[in-house]
Ligand binder design. Structure first.
Ligand code: MN
Length: 293
């Protein structure tokens, strides 16, 4: 049995651009060694947006050295990057963007959603890359809802969706640079679930809503993150209410983390180089991409 070793939450939201009221649930400055290979989580919403004809979101900015993974639960996010990647991510869809050697991108609400308004809820994770892949060419994976397989859990209609990695014999569609399991769980009240997870990898649960009780008696609810010990290969909990949960696990990347703003590398010299390369246009430019306004 994996025991809970850290409970973490953030109640104070801040705005990313004018589109994303996020709570930063964890970040690599404080939790990098514990949460590896995950660097950071921004939880946007749940909230409501009124209809608008304006573009709400965050304009052109760079990234290097990691991946951004965006999971949309409600609303729509529209994305465009300098490697040519882009698209609209809708509820159930996941965008896995490997910035790696560097991209410039923008993130806005989808046009249709903006015009109608409504519920908005999404998670953005920053996923670290091993040093050997930080300067890999950028890669874009737009994973549609229907490409993410489901696996039935328990006996009350609970299930999980395998975004990355595998669960039992079900494989997720995301290609990753190091072993990662990312599962979207919907657990029914009073269902007891045992997740088989690889021993010696990190394992954490983020409870978006609902409430669960871990086997060692800890409650996790409404935007609580729980990190479990690496020993053991079974994680068991009971849902106290219908719960929406994200499981994050992976092989630790035991390398120095040096980050500044939109760049996460291994040394200060690499960060300085990232700023130089961005400023000299080596990470690309959205105005050179077809379809630019
Ligand atoms: Mn970004």
């Amino acid at each position: 049995m994996k025991k809970l070793i850290l409970k973490q939450r953030t109640d104070t939201p801040h705005w990313v651009g004018d589109g994303f009221p996020v709570r930063s649930v964890f970040n690599y400055m404080e939790h990098g060694k514990l949460m590896t290979p995950f660097l950071l989580m921004d939880y946007a919403g749940p909230t409501q947006f009124s209809p608008t004809t304006k573009r709400r979101g965050v304009g052109e900015h760079p990234h290097r050295g990691f991946e951004t993974v965006t999971i949309v639960y409600s609303g729509e996010v529209e994305h465009r990057d300098s490697s040519g990647g882009g698209g609209v991510i809708k509820p159930g869809d996941v965008q896995w963007m490997s910035a790696a050697s560097g991209v410039v991108h923008e993130e806005f609400h989808g046009k249709d959603f903006a015009q109608k308004g409504g519920d908005f809820e999404m998670i953005q994770l920053w996923v670290n890359l091993p040093a050997a892949f930080k300067m890999h060419s950028p890669r874009y994976q737009g994973l549609k809802d229907d490409s993410i397989p489901r696996y039935l859990l328990g006996n009350k209609g609970s299930f999980l969706r395998v975004i990355a990695g595998s669960f039992d014999d079900v494989e997720g569609p995301a290609k990753t640079f190091s072993p990662i399991n990312l599962w979207d769980l919907r657990v029914k009240a009073h269902d007891t679930i045992t997740l088989k997870v690889p021993a010696d990898q990190t394992a954490s649960l983020f409870v978006l809503n609902g409430e669960i009780l871990t086997e060692d008696g800890n409650s996790l609810k409404n935007a609580d993150l729980g990190l479990f010990q690496r020993n053991g290969d079974e994680l068991t909990f009971t849902a106290q209410a219908d719960s929406k949960i994200l499981f994050m696990g992976g092989e630790p990347i035991e390398e120095p983390i040096v980050g500044y703003g939109p760049f996460v590398m291994n040394t200060k010299a690499e960060i300085a180089q990232a700023f130089k390369d961005f400023e000299s246009g080596k990470m690309g430019n959205l105005s050179l991409i077809e379809g630019a306004e």
